[in-house]
Design a protein around this ligand. Structure first.
Ligand code: SAM
Length: 221
C-alpha cells in the first residue's frame, strides 16, 4: 500500500540513516521489507514508529533502528550464510534475507516460529529458514556462519555460537543483566583468536536456554 511505502521510506531516512547507519545493503533492505506484516494486525498502523512493539508470547519485535545497527555491525554481505537467534516475528530475518545468501533463524517459542515461517512463505523469502529450538546451542549442523545475530540478551557470549563462526565471522549479541545490557561484537580471527568490542548500552528481552538464562532469571549452567 502506498501509505506504508511512504512511512517505510520515512522511517529509514529519519530513524536510521539520519542517526548514522550508512551501510547501503541495510538501508535498501529496510526500505523493502514490509514491517506492517510482521506486527500484530491491530498494531499495523504503528509499524513504522521508532519503537519495539509487543508480539505474541509476551515477546517483542525489535526497534527498527537497533535491527539496522546490529546488521551493520555484523557486516552482512551478499552471499553470506547467517544465523539469527531469536526469530520472534521474523522481521530481522527477512531484512537479513534481502542481503545475505542464506539465513537460518531459530526461535524457542513454537507458535512464534511457525508464524514467522508462514510470513517468509507468504512474502517469498525463500532463502530464510525458521527453526524451532534453543538458539544458545546454535545450529552446529548448518555451521560455519559468516555472521550470527542474537536478538535477546544472555549472561555471557554462548561458547557454541563462537565456535560456529567461520574464520573472519562476526557475532553480535546483547550481554548482561536486564537493565544493564551492552551490545557485544565478537570477531573470529583464527581457530582460537577472538576479538570482542563493546558497541554500547541496549535493552533486550532475556535469552533463555542452555547457555543463557533460566526461565526463573538465574544463569543457566
Ligand atoms: N528478531 C526478532 C524480530 O525481528 O521480531 C526480535 C525478537 S525478540 C526481541 C527476541 C526473541 O528471542 C523472542 O521471540 C524470544 O522468544 C527469543 N528467544 C529467547 N531466547 C531464545 C533462545 N535460546 N533460542 C531462540 N530464541 C530465543
Amino acid at each position: 500500500m502506498a501509505r506504508y511505502d511512504r512511512l517505510r521510506n520515512q522511517m529509514v531516512d529519519v530513524q536510521i540513516a539520519r542517526r548514522g547507519v550508512r551501510d547501503e545493503h541495510v538501508l535498501a533492505a529496510m526500505r523493502a521489507v514490509p514491517r506492517e506484516h510482521f506486527v500484530i494486525e491491530t498494531m499495523a498502523e504503528f509499524a513504522y514508529e521508532d519503537s519495539a512493539l509487543p508480539i505474541q508470547e509476551g515477546q517483542t519485535i525489535s526497534q527498527p533502528y537497533i535491527v539496522a545497527v546490529m546488521i551493520e555491525a555484523a557486516q552482512v554481505r551478499p552471499g553470506d550464510r547467517v544465523l539469527e537467534v531469536g526469530a520472534g516475528s521474523g522481521y530481522a530475518a527477512a531484512v537479513l534475507g534481502r542481503i545475505a545468501g542464506r539465513v537460518l533463524a531459530i526461535e524457542r517459542h513454537e507458535a512464534l516460529g511457525q508464524l514467522a515461517a508462514e510470513r517468509m512463505r507468504a512474502l517469498g523469502y525463500v532463502n530464510v529458514d525458521v527453526r524451532i529450538g534453543d538458539g544458545t546451542r546454535g545450529l552446529p549442523e548448518e555451521a560455519p556462519f559468516d555472521a550470527i545475530l542474537v536478538a535477546a540478551g544472555g549472561p555471557a557470549v554462548p561458547h557454541a555460537l563462537k565456535e560456529q563462526l567461520g574464520i573472519g565471522g562476526r557475532l553480535v549479541i546483547p550481554v548482561g543483566q536486564a537493565g544493564n545490557q551492552t551490545l557485544c561484537k565478537v570477531t573470529r580471527h583464527s581457530a582460537t583468536r577472538y576479538e570482542e568490542e563493546n558497541l554500547g548500552a541496549v535493552t533486550f528481552v532475556p535469552l533463555i536456554g542452555e547457555q543463557g538464562w533460566q526461565e526463573d532469571g538465574r544463569r543457566a549452567a
